[in-house]
Design a protein around this ligand. Structure first.
Ligand SMILES: NC(=O)c1ccc[n+]([C@@H]2O[C@H](COP(=O)([O-])OP(=O)(O)OC[C@H]3O[C@@H](n4cnc5c(N)ncnc54)[C@H](OP(=O)(O)O)[C@@H]3O)[C@@H](O)[C@H]2O)c1
Length: 325
């Protein structure tokens, strides 16, 4: 396994982060794996040297955190880097179970820690921007969580670059913990982050951990087979992203062609492209089988030529913003 320093944290993470949105219960999403299958994948990840795990309170409404915590409990906690997120609604009848107010954050971080069975997570991330809470309040609440020892670092997920710049500026102004990481939507079919967000992260020394590096599976199989899996058939979120717009199909075909040339799978080529980008620390990969995970780790060995990278990128056309509002 390769490890890298996550942004300016000084903390070492595997270059593949295991995404845990696929673990929990199919009652939440049809394609989510139940506990036994999830356990096998998490255990294999640890065997392969993966030390970095990303979950969120909303994934299967807490089941993902519970399963991850249960499995990791059999291992040395000190050698793991556990990241979770808060913001999304956890209880329909409780308006304070969502958002980034001090009340919501304090309660939801405590609930996440209970489910994970941990006193501390390594990285607590805000899942989206909260238009109803001043960012200074959120930053103070997050800073307090660090002081209380509930999280070691704080990070953020998808938002506009101007919002992220405002947040970084606010924490620097008041001398509080700043966001150390950005978890954003980035893959060969969604590159809008290259305009503003990724250069900002680079300049600010913020670690970048992109989500859906395989475009929720579309970059891992030929266009015609997009619905060939349970997730492909039922993942409405995938259809909401602009993957089929802006020459997406041509990019998909180029990934196939290059996969043949490199004697690799499409998933490996798509991941090798993300890993090739200097501003990316560790893509957060989703896996619905042990084989997927093994392929992801093998992708670290693929060194794409610059000309191949340029060829993969050439058909891309700007698409609508997707992943945040
Ligand atoms: N912050 C956010 O807002 C946000 C949003 C989304 C995700 N995330 C995070 O990012 C993680 C990854 O998201 P994602 O699952 O959408 O990512 P992804 O890596 O783009 O897609 C994963 C899917 O790709 C397919 N796949 C993976 N490896 C494959 C292989 N070797 N061969 C063939 N198919 C392969 C599988 O689809 P099939 O199951 O169809 O085979 C798998 O479910 C999540 O677990 C979560 O931690 C965060």
């Amino acid at each position: 396994m390769e490890y890298t320093t996550l942004g300016s944290t000084g903390m070492e993470v595997s270059r593949i982060c295991l995404g845990c949105m696929s673990f929990g219960t199919s009652e939440w999403r049809d394609w989510v794996l139940e506990e036994d299958e999830s356990r096998e994948i998490i255990e294999r990840a640890i065997d392969l040297g993966i030390n970095f795990f990303d979950t969120a309170n909303v994934y299967s409404l807490g089941e993902s955190e519970r399963i991850l915590g249960t499995v990791l409990d059999d291992y040395d906690r000190d050698s793991q880097v556990v990241a979770t997120k808060g913001f999304g609604e956890m209880r329909e009848d409780d308006p304070n179970s969502s958002g980034l107010s001090r009340k919501a954050l304090e309660q939801e971080l405590s609930n996440s820690l209970d489910r994970l069975g941990m006193e501390t997570v390594d990285l607590y991330q805000t899942h989206r921007w909260d238009y109803d809470t001043p960012i200074e309040q959120t930053i103070r609440a997050l800073d307090d969580a660090v002081r209380r020892g509930q999280t070691r670092y704080v990070g953020a997920s998808s938002m506009w670059a101007h919002q992220f710049a405002e947040a970084l500026h606010a924490s620097d102004r008041v001398g509080l913990e700043r966001f150390q990481t950005m978890q954003n939507h980035y893959n060969l079919l969604y590159r809008e982050e290259e305009r503003e967000m990724l250069p900002l992260c680079d300049r600010e020394g913020v670690g970048v951990v992109p989500w859906s590096p395989l475009a929720r599976g579309y970059l891992a199989r030929p266009h015609e087979d997009v619905e060939a899996t349970r997730r492909g058939e039922t993942d409405d979120h995938a259809r909401g992203h602009p993957y089929f717009e802006g020459n997406g199909r041509t990019v998909n075909e180029r990934v196939q062609e290059l996969a043949d040339e490199y004697d690799a799978s499409m998933a490996q080529i798509a991941l090798a492209w993300v890993l090739h980008k200097d501003w990316v620390d560790a893509p957060i990969v989703g896996s619905s089988s042990i084989e997927h995970l093994e392929e992801a780790v093998e992708a670290l060995e693929i060194d794409l030529d610059d000309s191949d990278v340029a060829w993969l990128e050439a058909p891309y056309e700007p698409v609508r913003v997707s992943g945040h509002e």
